[in-house]
Design a protein around this ligand. Structure first.
Ligand code: FES
Length: 576
């Protein structure tokens, strides 16, 4: 055993010694068939698994965990796999975001409570990645993230077919340009394998963030879920985490301020999801790294979009991988001075060292800093009297003509109101109107659902309208697109200005100037706010009550207030 291994590991407090408790701890673990020599001070590694049949994107994780396990054993560690709740994006009601923080608590408390020296996080569907990173950040053990990988390219009637194509087909159906049979056939062509959505949606954005933060191995983001190389990556992560424990390479050495700045810049370069703003803020706050919504503007504003991938571009995740994957972008950005190339990663090497040899095999998929795909970048932060604490828009996903726009508000009180009226032929709306949806924020819904891409009214779709300015306190799916202003903070349910917008008010959006203004006088706005009454409580018990009572606003990451910061890994044992 090396000197590094002789350093007393956390797990030895459970397993080393002659006390009755040590006897019982070893005995109970041996009941699984674990030999006695596994208690000689080897690193004990948790494999935190979000496998669930209720999260189809992660349904290959039991197999993936086996590959991690083999890597851990090869490196001389002891694997201990454990489940945590799995907030799947597609099936969870009212929204997986409501459960992100609960999942993070599950991770945090399981890590703290058990004899683990390090952990491999198996993450895939949207919220599983931030939830696991948040929980692990609060505990600060040596940690590696392994993402599940994207599903294969969809293929529909001889053409590549992604989630953005599915959104367009849904709009065609509402406009009468497609029929139900088209839709049903497309459904089976979109999801051809396990894995996460095959566009740069939130799941692949967050997998890219894992790689950009340095908390995952190179190629983590783009290897398809069913590709053998995904299994190899899992195995290598299993090997590496054992060494990380021996080196005492904890999460706080990787998740530094520089790492978060790298992630913000990479999110811009890949045309990443607006959800990353909330999730990275929450992870940073857990890690006690100062990160502000303004950092998204400061760090990301000069970064062009390099990736021609849906929803901002044309290709799908499998194409991205075949073109060279995220290492190509990381190498180019390091060489161009857009990243902190000296940021330490879980490999023990720097980000620049990890990606130095990356080659681009298809410049139409992965463009370069010298010849970008788009000069506009991923996320812009807006301010103004409608959003004094900020709002978010993804300019690369909007029709450029709408990035500076003034229009009259058409207000929807909530999701039900929207559903009832949006396709009403008598709705007083035209292509220049600004659609406003409120009471869909963290507290108001609750859980801040992905309703921000309000559907364009059917009568306007039939006129050929393809984009409109839409504003809400909701989020939107990373697969969504349009001139959509999201995350308005403060939200309507806590008395933000969004709560008092009226039909016919003029609203002005100016992305270049980073402004979003309700064009009423300050006096009028204050009078309306003074007369505003908070909505009735929506949650009376259980976790949802806890969430509504304590959740932060969007600009603070939507974490529960009492979860911000670290708890650490020291937990006293009960004495007996
Ligand atoms: Fe799970 Fe898209 S629904 S990644």
């Amino acid at each position: 055993m090396s000197d590094e291994e002789k350093r007393r590991l956390r797990s030895q407090a459970w397993f080393e010694g002659r006390g009755a408790r040590n006897f019982a701890n070893r005995g109970w673990v041996r009941s699984r068939g674990v030999p006695m020599d596994h208690f000689d001070g080897r690193p004990v590694i948790g494999i935190c698994n979000t496998w669930s049949e209720l999260t189809p994107c992660n349904s290959h994780f039991r197999e993936l965990a086996q590959h991690v396990r083999e890597g851990i054993l090869e490196a001389g560690g002891v694997p201990m796999e454990f489940p945590v709740i799995s907030p799947g994006e597609m099936l969870t009601r009212p929204t997986a975001m409501l459960l992100r923080n609960l999942c993070s608590m599950d991770v945090e408390e399981t890590l703290r409570a058990n004899p683990l020296d390090g952990v491999v996080l198996l993450m895939g569907c949207d919220k599983t990645t931030p939830a696991l990173l948040m929980g692990a950040a609060s505990v600060n053990l040596p940690t590696i993230g392994v993402s599940g990988g994207p599903m294969l390219n969809g293929s529909f009637r001889g053409k590549s077919f992604g989630v953005k194509d599915a959104w367009n087909l849904a709009a065609d159906l509402r406009a009468g340009r497609a029929v139900n049979e088209d839709f049903e056939e497309a459904e089976g062509c979109l999801t051809r394998s396990v894995g996460v959505c095959n566009v740069m949606g939130t799941a692949s954005t967050m997998a890219s963030m894992v790689e950009a933060l340095g908390v995952g191995l190179p190629d983590n983001a783009s290897i398809p879920a069913v590709d053998a190389r995904r299994r190899v990556l899992a195995r290598m992560a299993g090997r590496r985490i054992v060494d990380m424990v021996r080196e005492d390479l904890r999460l706080d050495k990787v998740l530094t301020r520089e790492a978060f700045e790298n992630a913000i810049a990479v999110n811009a370069a890949i045309g990443g999801s607006t959800n990353a703003v909330i999730h990275l803020t929450a992870v940073a706050r857990r890690m006690e790294v100062p990160l502000d919504i303004e950092d998204w503007h400061r760090v990301g504003r000069d970064v062009p979009t390099l990736l021609n991938l849906q929803p901002s571009g044309r290709y799908l995740m499998q194409d991205f991988h075949e073109a060279g994957g995220l290492p190509v972008i990381l190498r180019d950005m390091c060489e161009s001075g857009l990243l902190h190339g000296d940021a330490l990663t879980v490999t023990g090497r720097t980000l620049a060292e990890n990606n130095a040899g990356a080659v681009c095999w298809n410049p139409d998929v992965i463009h370069s800093v010298a010849k970008p795909f788009m000069v506009t970048s991923g996320v812009a932060i807006l301010r103004g009297n409608l959003c004094p604490n900020g709002a978010v828009i993804k300019p690369s996903a909007a029709e450029p003509r709408l990035l500076k726009h003034r229009g009259r508000a058409v207000v929807f009180e909530n999701q039900d109101d929207l559903g009832r009226r949006v396709d009403d032929p008598d709705l007083d709306i035209d292509a220049d109107s600004v659609m406003v949806l409120r009471n869909c924020g963290p507290k108001g819904f609750p859980g801040m659902p992905e309703l921000g891409m309000l559907p364009i009214p059917a009568k306007l779709l039939k006129q050929g309208v393809t984009d409109m300015v839409r504003i809400s306190d909701a989020r939107m799916s990373g697969t969504s697109f349009g001139a959509v202003v999201l995350h308005v903070s403060p939200e309507a349910a806590v008395g933000g200005a969004l709560a008092v917008v009226r039909d016919g008010d003029l609203i002005e959006l100016d992305v270049e100037a980073r402004r979003l203004e309700l064009l009423v006088s300050e006096q009028e706005l204050q009078q309306r706010l003074a007369a505003w009454k908070p909505p009735a409580a929506v949650a009376t018990r259980g976790y949802v009550r806890l969430y509504v009572d304590t959740v932060n606003q969007a600009h603070d990451g939507c974490d529960l207030q009492f979860l911000v910061g670290r708890s650490g890994s020291d937990v006293p044992a009960a004495q007996h």
